[in-house]
Design a protein around this ligand. Structure first.
Ligand code: ATP
Ligand code: MG
Length: 359
């Protein structure tokens, strides 16, 4: 069965790392006999906006619904289009309209990459952050009262629903149940946020009853962030509300070295809508056009996409190839952020060759 992938490079280095993401996917498809069909789109980019006055064509939803997954580069070029326009007009629309309620980020220290946490080695850091992606603290419910007066009061509500929280918790527990350590950590703050967070804890406890094999603990967000830095080896799957997850899903990858390698996924687990896979990094205007961006975040995002599409062995082969090339540490292959003098294409080709040759 053909699986269709919409390729949306976006802006800046998105257009440079995307060909390497595709090269890796094509190598994995050849090796594992996968039938992947790619179609590229120029929308959801600032150049498209400058030409059309909008980030997306009117029929974007019908167009993209035809696809099994969306493979995305990076968005934003603040000198041309304000970030809130480009972001709200594209990625955040996909997330909302395609109900991508799970944001998933692996935090894994790869060989040859120096963690900013002294003395940490590959194997010490290997966990996932699962962020609730649609509700919670990021509601637009609230407002300013007595505006412009001495009595000014501003309120913004957190909105959590049982459906919304239970479905992301279920995803996180399912993920934890597949991992060797079977450990789930819930981010909370029930000592300070006295209504929503104790309720979140109750939903975690209720879900835990269905997963007797998963070992559950919880941390207040303040000490949890400290422990990401002090004891990253404690964690396996970390589940969090939208705001806490936002923070943890930047902190986690930051503990594993360069931003150029970190992948992410916005997932609609039931597959009613296509899920979206993209590197954590942005369009990086400072290095765009130089051909030196690290393509690993894009390539690893492709590995997550294959896993989501039902090809875990192909996803694992891509990650193994990334690790093998990093472990070789050839300075003519690695990009400058990895202290090499290679190019985006050179590193991308080395990984694709490795995927092809390990079969
Ligand atoms: P966002 O677009 O998500 O708001 P940002 O614009 O703050 O993020 P990035 O575009 O990710 O940040 O760039 C942050 C820094 O990291 C820049 O100095 C950029 O050059 C560097 N960087 C980002 N991605 C890569 C990459 N793939 N390879 C090498 N360096 C990168
Ligand atoms: Mg940016």
């Amino acid at each position: 069965m053909t699986q269709r992938i919409a390729v949306i490079p976006g802006d800046g280095i998105g257009t440079e790392v995307m060909p390497e993401g595709r090269r890796a996917l094509e190598a994995a498809a050849r090796r594992f006999g996968l039938d992947l069909a790619f179609e590229a789109f120029d929308f959801a980019s600032c150049d498209y906006y400058l030409e059309h006055g909008k980030m997306l064509p009117d029929d974007w939803k019908e167009t993209l619904l035809e696809f099994d997954a969306l493979f995305y580069g990076a968005i934003g070029w603040p000198d041309k289009v304000p970030d809130h326009v480009s972001l709200w007009g594209s990625l955040l629309k996909f997330r909302r309209e395609f109900d991508q309620y799970v944001n998933l980020r692996p935090c894994r220290l790869l060989p040859g990459i120096e963690s900013p946490l002294a003395g940490r080695r590959p194997g010490d850091i290997d966990f996932y952050v699962v962020r609730e992606n649609t509700e919670g603290e990021y509601s637009s419910v609230g407002g300013v009262m007595f505006e412009g007066t001495e009595r000014e009061v501003v309120i913004q509500e957190t909105v959590m629903t049982r459906t919304g929280v239970d479905r992301v918790l279920k995803y996180a527990f399912d993920l934890a149940a597949t991992r060797p350590r079977r450990k789930l950590t819930s981010a909370t703050k029930s000592n300070g946020i006295a209504i929503t967070m104790p309720w979140w804890d109750q939903r975690v406890a209720a879900m835990a009853e269905h997963y007797p094999d998963v070992d559950v603990d919880q941390f207040h967000i303040d000490i949890l962030t400290a422990n990401f830095v002090m004891h990253p080896d404690w964690f396996d799957v970390v589940v969090a509300s939208n705001l806490f997850g936002d923070i943890l899903s930047d902190l986690g990858p930051a503990c594993t070295g360069t931003i150029g390698v970190a992948p992410s996924a916005n997932i609609n687990p039931e597959g009613r809508f296509p899920s979206l896979f993209e590197p954590v990094h942005g369009s990086a205007p400072d290095i765009a056009g130089k051909g030196i961006a690290n393509p690993i975040g894009q390539i690893w995002s492709g590995a997550m996409m294959l896993e989501h599409l039902g090809h875990p062995e192909a996803g694992a082969a891509i990650l193994a190839a990334i690790e093998a090339v990093l472990a070789e540490a050839d300075p003519t292959v690695l990009t400058p952020d990895l202290k090499g003098r290679g190019t985006t294409e050179r590193l991308g080709r080395a990984i694709a060759e490795r995927i092809g040759s390990d079969g």
